[in-house]
Design a protein around this ligand. Structure first.
Ligand code: APR
Length: 314
């Protein structure tokens, strides 16, 4: 496999961060710098991952550190630092604790990599993108939340399982915030190019839509400690790959809207073209009245978190 010396920093060496580091290094698309506040944790996980390199046939560097100076001139910074939810907790319960963590790590990391593209993973996701925009001072094109790629992967998996077809042939479209109000759009979801409503009855689609909305909580309830990390890490890899290789993939990502979808000043999940410059275009599709209502309800849920952030600003 060719070696690629581009640099990705992953902040938070927990479940999502370490798995994302593994996926990125093993894909051979960048060297990975893993950072955590806990001493020894990123170093230990990085060493373990590096020792797997001869078996995984890659020559990427994986480096663990507690010092942001080591992350200087990263091309992409992935933020996974923070608390994960426990059974009974919603993503929103994490708001204030994770705000403090994300603000701190984004300030430190962007100081050393002023031209990087930030990918946020920490929940509650849309609110954390707001925090990162403010802490970094970066333009909206370079501060992107990972949510829609995961939500649509979940929807795709459920559709594929239900129809007994390859998940690769299923394409799904999810709009809105990364929460219970997310808006999966069956009309824009296809199986081998065939619109989903042609293949599945409305009540069945609705069951899968609900399961998608509840996708994170379903995993949390099963694990009993912590939240999902394999599919989130794969979603991070997809986004990092599209940026580093300038693939210009069309992916649902959380970005700051400025009038798109009639939403102004709020971070929401929408389809974008993701390339070397980050958000290269926000794609607007026409929505029915009920779809637009659902999107605006989702925006209301994100707005209430942003209001709490404003009201408790330190
Ligand atoms: N600086 C750096 N790392 C930090 C900081 C900080 N200030 N605070 C916490 N961390 C680290 C923790 O030490 C831990 O190693 O963040 C890591 C979080 O890892 P996990 O607890 O395993 O959580 P994980 O499952 O990876 O989820 C992280 O991603 O999907 C979201 O909701 C999830 O917000 C959560 C985040």
């Amino acid at each position: 496999m060719p070696v690629c010396r581009r640099k990705v920093t992953v902040i938070g060496a927990g479940n999502v961060g370490a798995t994302a580091a593994q996926r990125i290094a093993e894909a051979g698309i960048a060297d990975v710098y893993l950072v955590d506040v806990v001493e020894g944790l990123p170093q230990g996980k990085a060493l373990d991952l590096l020792e797997a390199a001869p078996l995984q046939h890659h020559d990427q560097m994986i480096y663990g550190t507690n010092d942001y100076a080591d992350t200087t001139e990263s091309d992409v910074i992935v933020v996974t630092a923070g608390m994960a939810r426990q059974p009974g907790q919603t993503r929103d319960d994490l708001l204030l604790k994770n705000r403090a963590i994300v603000r701190d790590v984004v300030k430190k990391a962007t100081q050393y990599s002023p031209d990087a593209i930030l990918i946020l993973v920490t929940n509650p996701l849309d609110a954390m993108v707001h925090v990162a925009l403010e802490a970094s001072g970066f333009p909206r094109e370079r501060v992107i939340g990972m949510a829609g790629v995961l939500d649509s992967a979940r929807f795709r998996s459920f559709i594929a399982q239900d129809l007994g077809v390859s998940a690769s042939d299923v394409s799904a479209f999810v709009l809105g915030g990364h929460g219970d109000t997310m808006v999966p759009l069956p009309r824009y979801s296809t199986v081998g190019g065939i619109p989903l409503p042609e293949l599945m009855k409305p009540d069945r689609i609705e069951t899968l839509v609900q399961r998608t909305r509840n996708g994170g909580a379903e995993v949390v309830a099963l694990l009993k400690a912590g939240s999902a990390f394999y599919a989130p890490a794969s979603s991070v890899l997809h986004m990092v790959d599209s940026i580093l290789n300038d693939r210009k993939r069309v992916l649902p990502c959380a970005v700051l809207l400025r009038g798109e979808y009639k939403i102004d000043g709020l971070v929401m999940g929408v389809p974008i073209i993701l390339g070397a410059a980050g958000v290269e275009r926000i794609i607007e599709v026409s929505l029915t009245d009920s779809e637009l209502d659902a999107l605006h309800a989702s925006a209301g849920a994100v707005q209430s978190l942003v209001d709490t952030l404003e009201a408790t600003k330190g």
